[in-house]
Design a protein around this ligand. Structure first.
Ligand code: ZN
Length: 131
């Protein structure tokens, strides 16, 4: 049985991060369809299942890999903001963060210096803040 499965999957794409995400979305859609009793959720979920299996059993590996890379890129870029927020939160004890009134650049300033003139590293604009 196992050997049969190996033979069947030879040359096929298999499971990747994108299909794992699809599986979670499918589960979420089924839960939503049970809560709200809207058929559209389960229709979308079934369509996603079909697409997910199509990707897993696909022999066009290059194309599937490209789709997965696009998804990973998107995930990385979406996480950038969250990581920056976390970083700021971790540094809140020693630094204050301001956004430049001219260009909007975020400027990090060490705390405990009273009222100071801050020079933006991007546009060289100056503004006064209490830190
Ligand atoms: Zn600026």
């Amino acid at each position: 049985m196992r050997a049969k499965l190996y033979r069947f999957m030879a040359g096929r794409y298999g499971v990747d991060e994108l299909s794992r995400l699809m599986l979670w979305v499918v589960l979420a859609l089924f839960v939503l369809s049970m809560i709200f009793r809207w058929g559209i959720f389960s229709i979308i979920a079934y369509a996603l299942i079909i697409y997910m299996y199509f990707r897993i059993f696909s022999k066009n590996i290059a194309k599937r890999r490209e789709e997965n890379l696009r998804y990973l890129d998107f995930r990385y870029n979406a996480g950038k903001k969250v990581r920056a927020k976390k970083e700021r939160f971790a540094q809140r004890k020693y630094y204050r963060f301001f956004s430049c009134p001219t260009c909007g650049q975020t400027v990090r300033v060490p705390k405990g210096h009273g009222k100071i003139c801050i020079t933006c590293p991007k546009c060289r604009g100056e503004f006064i803040k209490k830190v």
